[in-house]
Design a protein around this ligand. Structure first.
Ligand code: 13P
Length: 252
């Protein structure tokens, strides 16, 4: 059976106290879950990261972003070393909100991915098309470019362990999720592109998640597909009830 992955991306939500409250509310459900069965991650605010990392070993902590430079005059930014100090091993790179509101490009994502590679961290690299690109039938072309430019010059070992999150921009926070067969087709395409372009021989560890209006009612429609290993969830990961309900679904 495949290991399933559920990552909650909390975006700019929840204080430190609310993070602690959330973990208390879900701890009964997660206490017996083995990571071989379901890997459960949360990307909280930077402030809540060290707290989350300390209070539970059942949830892996994910940074929502990182800067590519080691240190320096980059006001408001967080470095890989700062994340490593608090034992964070995962970071989201290239979320569509970062691409849209903070001008992140495939090139800057590539620099960030290289910074993670250098520090043996694992990336959750987000790709996905806008509604215009979707309507114009450009989904695969856009994703191929995001993969080729984003993963350029990274080692095979790093790419083997990467998590790719396919998040159609038009499905994020809209309640309008992608059809599961289309999501499966794109997930399989992502694996194919990576295998071909980066001449990968072994890539059993490479995981693809679907994200975009995932909730307890539809999570298994995606995760039961052959090439979809899990979900990256925004809105429905904020309430302990729906988070627990998604975990229960994944246990089925
Ligand atoms: P929603 O689940 O709220 O659509 O957000 C998806 C997302 O952006 C996860 O990174």
């Amino acid at each position: 059976m495949k290991t399933k992955i559920l990552i909650g991306n909390w975006k700019m939500n929840k204080t430190i106290q609310e993070t602690i409250g959330f973990v208390c509310a879900v701890k009964e459900t997660i206490k017996d879950i083995e990571p071989e069965q379901i890997m459960i991650g949360i990307a909280p605010s930077f402030l809540a990261l060290p707290v989350l990392e300390k209070i539970t070993d059942k949830i892996f902590s994910v940074a929502q972003n990182v800067h590519y430079e080691e240190k320096g005059a980059y006001t408001g930014e967080i470095s890989v070393e700062m994340l490593k100090e608090i034992e964070i091993d995962y970071a989201l790179i290239g979320h569509s909100e970062r691409r849209k509101y903070f001008n992140e490009s495939n090139e800057s994502c590539n620099l960030k991915l290289k910074a993670l590679e250098k520090n043996q961290m694992i990336a959750v690299y987000c790709v996905g098309e806008t509604i215009e690109e979707y309507r114009d039938g450009k989904t695969k072309a856009v994703i191929k470019t995001q993969l080729i430019e984003g993963l350029k010059d990274l080692s095979k070992e790093f790419i083997e362990n990467i998590i790719i999150a396919y998040e159609p921009v038009w499905a994020i926070g809209t309640g309008e999720s992608a059809n599961e067969d289309i999501a499966q087709d794109i997930a399989s395409y992502i694996k194919e592109v990576i295998k071909e372009e980066f001449k990968m021989k072994y890539f059993d560890n490479l995981k693809v998640l679907y994200g975009g209006s995932v909730k307890p009612e539809n999570i298994n429609d995606y995760v039961n597909k052959d090439d979809i290993d899990g979900a990256l969830v925004g809105g429905a990961s904020l309430s302990p009830d729906s988070f627990v309900a998604m975990i229960e679904k994944l246990k089925e």
